[in-house]
Design a protein around this ligand. Structure first.
Ligand SMILES: Nc1ncnc2c1ncn2[C@@H]1O[C@H](COP(=O)(O)OP(=O)(O)O)[C@@H](O)[C@H]1O
Ligand SMILES: O=C(OP(=O)(O)O)[C@H](O)COP(=O)(O)O
Length: 402
């Protein structure tokens, strides 16, 4: 490991901890999710270790409906940690400092949404962020800074990069496991076949992953909107926007040449769907072989069952499988066959596996699979794709400094 962890932390510290509690908000109610559960491990360990634990996190972006106070988050963290979590509606003013100073050993306090502090945003160099009043005011009240917010670590914001320059800095447990698992495809050697399942809605994610990992991955199994764009580049009559859709046309214009040259250069590694699924006239799932598609008359919402039958043995023969993006509109049960099929195959083998992307990993609990059957289920979206494409994460880089 290239940074210090909680194992290196001295005893009885005043610890400032950055979590990523950014969550969906529905009708003003913050929705519980994996992020709370995962971060609870770090928070519990610190509190039970007798440290004074002060938590920072953000929620939403200024101007958005989900840009709300962290008051509800405190209650959800408390439920997961199994300990009381105090909350103060202040980021670094007198109220926040009073609450921090009156904390006893083993107690936990959550500060207000970091993005309510003007200096948290925008993205700037760590040195600039370290120099803000926000960081300069808070840092002297602590002995150590712990960053557990791997999933936000691609942002060069004050709470993510500034404190690491002012205080001894450590990686929390989530930071450690996410970093190790998500970087493993780039850093680890696997004995057997390495397979990457790529889908979702963004063609550029798939292109970047192929360009960066093409020499590490034996087979790319494609699906989703991105897979349809590759099918179209291979000469099939799919991947067109019908009235009211805006998935394909812009992406096709922007990426057509790159996709065509990837198919040229890496065709042997790229497996495309041989059949696709659609909603038929009775609102049921219909399937058609790609070879039989002659008209652009309907949207395709999943890969077909023959495709799943072809992908399944490849996964079962793999030493390592990485997943980025769903193979279909899995939120609708009729179109979950592709995504659930590959996830099930992964869960039934003892290969090393990483499933990432906020949306795709949701399919695991949605369809009753057990997270324990996967090597690692990432809670990161943007940071995961950056790790796969070899881009450094600002919040991780500052932890690596002495
Ligand atoms: N053929 C399709 N048509 C419409 N939506 C699709 C299709 N295939 C995949 N999706 C959608 O893609 C979403 C995931 O895309 P993306 O955001 O790229 O991945 P992730 O969130 O896993 O990183 C899923 O919510 C799924 O509904
Ligand atoms: O949820 C997050 O990222 P994700 O949507 O890529 O998973 C992080 O909290 C970063 O949030 P941001 O994209 O508003 O900076």
């Amino acid at each position: 490991m290239t940074f210090k962890t909680l194992d290196d932390l001295e005893s009885e510290q005043r610890v400032l901890v950055r979590l990523d509690l950014n969550s969906p908000v529905e009708d003003g109610a913050v929705q519980d999710n994996r992020r709370f559960d995962r971060h609870a491990e770090t928070v519990r360990e610190l509190a039970e270790g007798g440290h004074r634990v002060v938590l920072m996190a953000h929620q939403g972006r200024p101007g958005g409906d989900d840009f709300v106070s962290l008051e509800q988050h405190a209650g959800i963290v408390a439920d997961h940690v199994g300990k009381d979590v105090k909350f103060v509606a202040d980021t670094y003013g007198d109220e926040a400092i009073d609450a921090i100073e009156s904390l006893d050993a083993g107690e936990i306090l959550l500060l207000e949404n970091t993005r309510m502090c003007d200096e948290e945003l925008p993205e700037e160099d760590p040195e600039v962020k370290a120099d803000t009043e926000f960081v300069q005011t808070l840092a002297p009240h602590f002995d150590a800074y712990v960053n557990d917010a791997y999933s936000a670590a691609h942002r060069s914001h004050a709470s993510l990069v500034g404190f690491a320059l002012e205080l001894p800095a450590y990686a929390g447990r989530v930071m450690e496991t996410e970093y190790e698992a998500n970087s493993s495809i780039a850093t680890r050697e696997f004995d057997g076949q390495v397979t990457m399942v790529v889908g979702g809605t963004k063609a550029t994610d798939v292109i970047d992953v192929m360009n960066n990992l093409g020499d590490k991955v034996d087979q790319f199994l494609l699906g989703g909107i991105a897979g349809e764009l590759f099918l179209r580049a291979a000469g099939n009559d799919v991947g067109f926007d019908l009235e009211g859709m805006d998935f394909f046309d812009d992406q096709w214009e922007a990426n057509r040449e790159t996709i065509e040259s990837l198919l040229d250069e890496r065709g042997d590694q790229i497996k495309l769907a041989v059949d696709l699924a659609y909603e038929d006239e009775n609102d049921e799932r219909g399937e058609i072989a790609v070879a039989n598609i002659t008209e652009k008359d309907r949207p395709y919402l999943d890969v077909g069952s023959t495709t799943v039958d072809e992908y399944d043995p490849i996964i079962r023969d793999s030493e390592a499988v990485f997943v980025k993006g769903a193979l279909g509109l899995f939120e609708d049960e009729r179109f979950a066959v592709g995504t659930v099929g590959v996830l099930q195959a992964i869960s039934e083998t003892d290969c090393f596996s990483v499933v990432g992307g906020g949306d795709t990993s949701r399919a695991i609990e949605m369809y009753g699979m057990d997270e324990a059957d996967f090597g690692h289920v990432s809670i990161a979206g943007g940071a995961y794709i950056r790790a796969l494409t070899g881009a450094p994460l600002a919040g991780v880089e500052v932890l690596k400094q002495d």
